[in-house]
Design a binder for this molecule. Sequence first.
Ligand SMILES: [Zn+2]
Length: 54
Amino acid sequence: MATKLPAAQARLYKNMFVCKQCKSKLRADPRKILEKKVRCRKCLKTAFRPVRKK
Ligand SMILES: [Zn+2]
């Protein structure tokens, strides 16, 4: 059930990323994603995309 509040949705999806390899989600600082300091906990890849983008 999605919330109606755009601000709340932004908060929910903010800093959420999806692993391009195994599709698992995690929350991380976007700067760390760009700097590849964040690894997927499942497959250890550093390739992520924002969660909402298709
Ligand atoms: Zn992964």
